[in-house]
Design a protein around this ligand. Structure first.
Ligand SMILES: C[S@@+](CC[C@H](N)C(=O)[O-])C[C@H]1O[C@@H](n2cnc3c(N)ncnc32)[C@H](O)[C@@H]1O
Length: 214
């Protein structure tokens, strides 16, 4: 049976070979900004959800421990090749982001670049991201959300049933999805050009952001 999730994995298996050409340089400023925001220090553990072909891998400092998960084996194969080319080790695992196979609090930073409008269950994925992030750690979501401008929102609503065939939707409501996930109030910065993508960050409740690993 084709579930919403196997449909998405199949779409990304099919587009893997042209993905970097379509979405590499265009969306790289947002990836750079997100990594700059992480405040990474030696020994920190980062989980990248929906790592795709690994376009962020070259941005992480060497001393950071990177784990990446993705549901598409085709995308992950390219991420593994990139690791080899860059000489940048990373733990790459095929996994569904709505059922992360990690214990609570396993990571200092959990990052989802351009993924939340792709997954069939965005609220579940956000909750899973917060669960596997340690108290006081950062959860960072980089994504396009539905515009607040009425005319643009109408266009995005109209487009969404079409773009879903390409593996993403254009009408996801940022505030609604975070509120439904019951997460702390995030900070939001607009990134890329045009500025229609949001870099959304929140700190998980608990210890201070400057807590472990020390
Ligand atoms: C638009 S791509 C983004 C890839 C990469 N993060 C980037 O910055 O270009 C979305 C990625 O999310 C993956 N994905 C979609 N649903 C997923 C899920 N439920 N669990 C894990 N990965 C998923 C897709 O296979 C794809 O690689």
């Amino acid at each position: 049976m084709v579930t919403a999730q196997t449909f998405v994995a199949h779409v990304y298996d099919k587009v893997a070979s042209v993905y970097d050409w379509a979405y590499g340089p265009l969306l790289q400023p947002g990836r750079r900004r997100a990594v700059a925001r992480m405040g990474l220090r030696a020994g920190m553990r980062v989980l990248e959800v929906g790592i795709g072909t690994g376009l962020t891998l070259g941005l992480y400092p060497d001393e950071v421990d990177v784990t990446g998960v993705d549901c598409s084996s085709g995308m992950l194969d390219l991420a593994r090749e990139r690791c080899g080319r860059l000489g940048r080790p990373a733990n790459l695992i095929q996994m569904d982001a709505s059922r992360l196979q990690f214990p609570d609090g396993s990571f200092d930073v959990v990052f989802a670049p351009y993924v939340i409008s792709v997954v069939p269950e965005p609220v579940t994925v956000l909750r899973e991201m917060a669960r596997v992030c340690r108290p006081g750690g950062s959860v960072i979501v980089l994504n396009h959300f539905r515009s607040r401008r009425a005319w643009l929102a109408r266009v995005e609503r109209w487009l969404s049933p079409h773009t879903i065939r390409l593996g993403f939707r254009t009408d996801l409501d940022r505030d609604a999805v975070f509120a439904q996930a019951g997460l702390p109030p995030p900070t939001v910065e607009l990134v890329n050009r045009p500025r229609i993508w949001s870099l959304v960050t929140f700190v998980t409740p608990g210890e201070s952001p400057s807590g472990p690993p020390g």
